[in-house]
Write a protein that binds this ligand. Structure first.
Ligand code: GLP
Length: 245
C-alpha cells in the first residue's frame, strides 16, 4: 500500500492521471473500474487531456448506480460515466458497462469475460463506504442491490435539487468484487473525508468500516490532499507515505 499526499486536489488528480498514463504505456491497463462522485472527475479530465492513444481502447466498468432514476437522468451514474469518462476518452459505448442494467450476476460475468479489472478507481464516503457498500457490508460481497444509508443520501443530495430526490436504493460492485481488481486507486480530498481515511488506514479491519477492507489487498494507492490526510498519525505517514508534493 502507498499513501500519497498533495497540497491540493488538483495536484493529486494530476499525479493520479500520470500514473494511469504510465500503466497505459506499459500495456497494464485495459479494463478500468470507474467511480463517480466528485473525487475522480478532475483525474478523468486530466487523463483525457493527456490524449493517450490507448485511452479510447479501454473497457470500462462503473462501480455503482442508483436504482429508480428515470432513464437519462443527468445524475444517474450511466449519465455521469458517459459525460466524464466515455465522451472525453473517446470510448465506444459498447465497452462501457454500468451495473443495474441487467442481473447482478451478469455484471460479475461480464467483468470476468473481459479478464477482470486492471485498476479500480474508488472514492470513499464519509462513513467509510466504498462504492455503495455501506457499513456492515461483508468483505466477500458481490455485485448486488443495496439500501443507501441516510448519511449517504444526505451527502449525495448536493447532486440533486432536493434530498428527497436521492434514490433509496442502488446497485454496487461488492467489496469482494472490488478486491478482485489487480490494482486499486483511492482518491479522497477535503476535511469531510479525514476521519474515514484515518479509520480505514489505522482502525480495525472490519465490515463496520468498509474501506478498511482495502488493507487486505496487496496493491492499493491512496491519493489524498492535506485536509483528507489531516487525521492520520505521524507514524502512518512516516511508514507508508511514498511521496509528497
Ligand atoms: C458516493 C458514490 C461512490 C463515491 C463516494 C464518494 O456515494 N457511490 O462511488 O466514490 O460516494 O463520493 P465523492 O467523491 O463525491 O465524495
Amino acid at each position: 500500500m502507498s499513501i500519497l499526499t498533495f497540497s491540493s486536489p488538483e495536484a493529486g488528480a494530476a499525479e493520479a492521471a500520470r500514473r494511469l498514463s504510465a500503466l497505459l504505456d506499459a500495456g497494464e491497463l485495459k479494463v478500468l473500474g470507474v467511480a463517480t462522485g466528485s473525487s475522480p472527475g478532475p483525474m478523468y479530465g486530466e487523463l483525457a487531456s493527456r490524449g493517450h492513444p490507448c485511452l479510447s481502447r479501454l473497457t470500462v466498468f462503473a462501480l455503482d448506480e442508483y436504482i429508480g432514476l428515470p432513464s437519462g437522468h443527468a445524475e444517474s451514474y450511466r449519465s455521469v460515466v458517459t459525460r466524464e469518462v466515455a465522451i472525453p476518452f473517446g470510448l465506444d459505448l459498447a465497452r462501457v458497462h454500468v451495473p443495474g442494467e441487467g442481473p447482478p450476476e451478469a455484471y460479475e460475468l461480464a467483468i470476468g469475460a473481459c479478464g477482470g479489472i486492471d485498476l479500480q478507481v474508488l472514492g470513499i464516503g464519509s462513513n467509510g463506504h466504498i462504492g455503495f457498500n455501506e457499513p456492515g457490508s461483508p468483505f466477500d460481497s458481490r455485485t448486488r442491490r443495496v439500501t443507501l444509508a441516510k448519511s449517504t443520501r444526505v451527502a449525495n443530495a448536493r447532486f440533486f435539487n432536493s434530498p428527497d430526490q436521492v434514490p433509496m436504493h442502488a446497485v454496487t460492485q461488492g467489496i469482494g468484487t472490488i478486491l478482485d481488481a489487480r490494482r486499486i486507486l483511492v482518491l479522497a480530498f477535503g476535511s469531510s473525508k479525514a476521519s474515514a481515511v484515518a479509520a480505514a488506514l489505522e482502525g480495525p479491519i472490519t465490515p463496520d468500516l468498509p474501506a478498511s477492507a482495502l488493507r487486505t489487498h496487496n496493491d492499493v494507492t491512496w491519493v489524498l490532499d492535506a485536509a483528507a490526510a489531516a487525521s492520520l498519525s505521524a507514524n502512518t505517514l512516516e511508514n507508508i507515505q511514498e511521496a509528497s508534493s
